[in-house]
Design a protein around this ligand. Structure first.
Ligand code: SF4
Ligand code: ZN
Length: 737
């Protein structure tokens, strides 16, 4: 290893720690030691310091310890000049820099609260382009993808490309491979993020191009994200730094691309991330650090031409990526799923604001009526559109000996993401309330209506080919014909809905398991019954049944519920036996309808969490999107942080939004009448269904008796209001028995 790079990195470590100490001293003087120090909406404190040192820093005063550790990690000056060919001191200096930087970034949240935009999306018009630390809600949604493989890894890009066009090319190449790009630092004032904006690329978590911050210290947001993944999904305990770093090296496929001149502080960060097993690739001539066993490959690779950066990076990090191949003239893959198309960029819009008819419908046909791969357009194509609007009925006709009607909705639900994967195509909604936008750029590249059919045919075959033989797509843009199709489809939708809604748990002998989340919560088992959907909201009983038939050895297995051990709490012998085995003996008894007695486990991706409120003799529930305080004394993120991971937590339970209005919702604890608080937005979202349920339980105005954050966020605040509204929970038997 070159003495020079070691010298630069160690010097950089000194600079960073010293600067941080200065920033800290000034902040301490100004705000005092009790000033709150935190990243927004997270249960992981300052995640690098928390995960590696086990220090849950909550105040400015407590951060002192972290800086002391950083200082102590700096190798003695004296060694610099007879530097040994060992990585140790270099890695320590890098680690010191990173710990110090995390403190600096946390102080920035105190000093300049508007510097970072607490959001999943940037707002370019308002100049809010730096996202800083991801809130737990964003982290969970995205972090899961690193664990389940839908995101193969992340590239941390520091600095700036030679030009905005070069930046765009590089980013697109990563997007094509579904790799996240985390951006930090600037090169003489130019940032990669701003280059992308200039080149017209949409940035933010939704397009996997994440602008953390303009300084090198913002690199801590990428590392903190990785460490949170290790804690949340890998079960690594805070303070177990060895396991933490090993988890990252083995499971989080990340690397750094340093673009432009590498100064001492960058060198220190590059040395720091070697601790995580993340290599750095630079486009300039910096001294390389060759393998010594920490990374299984080169630590620092120099002189990589920017056009070869992606290829070389994946190679060095040993990453396997695939580029989706669908025969369309635009880029295609999950990184484009969240891309939005603004009004001015729209070439044509179906449904939505254009108020034209849209519908998507998967339907079964006899074998001889389907010609596999056929795409038929009935009405004008995109190029002929004049005022930017068209109706669109997408009919996917499927035939196959193994195909069943129950599979139709499963395939239908894929339309949303499959179309969204195409760059320049945006899809929202489903069934007859969808909206599709196709951008001008996309049409310029040669995209036509036929490509919608091409995508659906290719991808549905790829993912569900086992259950059907042939598939053809008909696209109706003729207004009358599209309307006729919609009316036909509506009838089918209501038959389908009635089928599940009319089913009861009592009337069904077979429930289904879902163990999809065991990849990160090893003891978690969801049991899905007709009246209790999966807690993530994505799987109802019918979905699980179809999924089992499509993939008989997959995560959804039938469970004979067997003898009913307790009808009120919902305890079934067969289900218990299954759960005991599938949780690897971690869970023995589960009550389907209770959060007080042996509730179902929660894996971390639940849509809502319910908690007992003893003072109000009831329960509250909070959904993931609500980031405020709740009467349980905990925000959603804290609740999820303490109970996720596949544990049973009596007094709490994870559930789907839809579950709230299912008839069996916590009936073991008194049912819906126990619900005393929920966020306003959730109440509004479920309003009509809550009204209906209110009528069913003989209390038509029940929904108006549920408190929300406008009434209060503590039990003391809401109780008088509940009394005034005569909330039924107050009159029920004691909730804790
Ligand atoms: Fe399956 Fe439950 Fe995970 Fe949803 S939360 S994917 S139902 S295991
Ligand atoms: Zn889950």
């Amino acid at each position: 290893m070159s003495k020079l790079v070691a010298f630069a990195a160690i010097q950089g470590g000194y600079n960073i720690v010293q600067k941080a100490e200065g920033v800290y001293a000034r902040a301490l003087e100004k705000y005092g030691p009790d000033k709150k120090l935190e990243f927004p909406n997270t249960a992981y404190y300052l995640p690098i310091i928390y995960s590696l040192l086990g220090l849950p820093i909550k105040t400015l005063g407590e951060a002192k310890k972290a800086l002391e550790v950083a200082r102590s990690l700096l190798p003695p000056h004296i060694k610099l000049f007879n530097y040994l060919p060992f990585l140790g001191p270099l890695l320590d200096a890098g680690m010191a820099a990173i710990l110090a930087e995390e403190v600096v970034e946390a102080i920035r949240y105190v000093e300049d609260p508007d510097f970072y935009y607490v959001s999943e999306d940037v707002d370019v018009e308002k100049g809010k382009i730096w996202l800083g630390a991801a809130e737990d809600s964003v982290f969970r949604k995205r972090g899961v993808q690193f664990v389940d493989g839908s995101a193969p890894g992340f590239a941390a890009i520091v600095g700036a490309a030679p030009s905005p066009e070069a930046a765009k090319e590089l980013a697109l190449e990563y997007q094509r491979r579904s790799i996240y790009v985390f951006m930090a630092a600037n090169q003489s004032g130019t940032t990669f993020s701003e280059q992308l904006i200039e080149a017209g690329v949409e940035i933010g978590w939704n397009t996997r191009l994440v602008p953390f911050g303009p300084d090198i210290s913002a690199a801590v947001f990428a590392l903190g994200f990785a460490n949170r993944a290790a804690m949340a999904f890998g079960g690594v305990k805070p303070g177990d730094y060895k396991k933490m770093l090993l988890y990252n090296k083995d499971r989080i496929f990340a690397f750094v691309n340093a673009l432009g001149e590498v100064n001492a502080e960058w060198a220190a960060n590059a040395a720091g991330v070697v601790n995580w097993g993340f290599p750095t690739l630079a486009d300039t001539d910096i001294p390389e650090i060759l393998p010594t066993g920490v990374c299984t490959y080169e630590h620092v690779v120099a002189n990589v031409p920017i056009e070869e950066m992606v290829q070389k990076s994946v190679e060095v990090r040993g990453l396997k990526t695939t580029v989706s191949t669908v025969d369309v003239p635009v880029a295609y893959g999950p990184a484009f799923e969240g891309e939005r198309i603004r009004k001015n960029d729209v070439f044509v819009e179906f449904g939505g604001g254009s108020k034209t008819v849209t519908v998507e419908w998967v339907t079964t046909k006899p074998m001889d009526e389907v010609e596999d791969g056929r795409v038929e357009i009935i009405g004008p194509d995109i190029a002929e559109v004049k005022d930017g609007k068209l109706p669109l009925a997408i009919v996917v006709e499927v035939a196959g000996r193994k195909f069943q009607e129950d599979f139709e909705p499963i395939l239908e639900r894929q339309v949303h993401h499959l179309l969204n994967y195409a760059q320049g195509v945006m899809h929202t909604g489903q069934r007859d309330i969808g909206m599709i936008r196709i951008s001008k750029d996309c049409v310029d590249k040669g995209f036509t209506l036929r490509h919608i059919g091409v995508i659906l045919h290719a991808k549905l075959h790829q993912d569900f080919g086992a259950v059907f033989d042939k598939l053809q797509v008909k696209l109706y843009t003729d207004k009358d014909k599209a309307t006729k199709i919609r009316d036909q489809a509506r009838k089918v939708y209501s038959t389908r809905d009635a089928r599940v809604e009319n089913m009861t748990d009592e009337g069904t002998e077979t429930y289904y398991s879902c163990t999809l989340c065991q990849s990160f919560a090893p003891s978690h088992v969801c049991v899905v019954s007709p009246e209790r959907t999966g807690l993530c909201g994505a799987y109802n009983w019918m979905d699980c049944k179809a999924s089992f038939e499509i993939n008989p050895t997959g995560p959804n297995q039938p469970i004979e519920k067997g003898e009913t051990l307790d009808a009120k709490l919902g305890v079934y012998k067969g289900a218990n036996d299954f759960i005991f085995k599938a949780s690897r003996q971690a869970v023995e008894n589960v009550c389907f309808y209770s959060l007080i007695n042996d509730p179902m486990t929660t894996c971390g991706c639940c849509e809502c969490i319910a908690a007992v409120l003893p003072e109000c003799n009831g329960i509250m529930t909070v959904n993931r999107d609500y980031t405020g305080e709740t009467p349980s004394g905990m925000k959603f993120s804290t609740l999820a942080g303490t109970m996720g991971g596949g544990n049973q937590s009596p007094g709490f339970v994870g559930h789907s939004k839809y579950n709230i209005i299912q008839r069996k919702f916590i009936t073991g604890d008194g049912g819906l009448k126990r619900l005393v608080w929920m966020p306003k937005a959730l109440k509004e979202e479920l309003h009509d269904r809550l009204l209906k349920r209110g009528e069913e339980i003989g209390m038509p105005d029940f929904v108006d008796r549920i408190a929300d954050e406008t009434v209060g966020i503590t039990e003391e605040e809401i109780k008088p209001w509940l009394q005034e509204k005569k909330h039924p929970a107050l009159e029920m038997e004691g909730i804790l028995g």
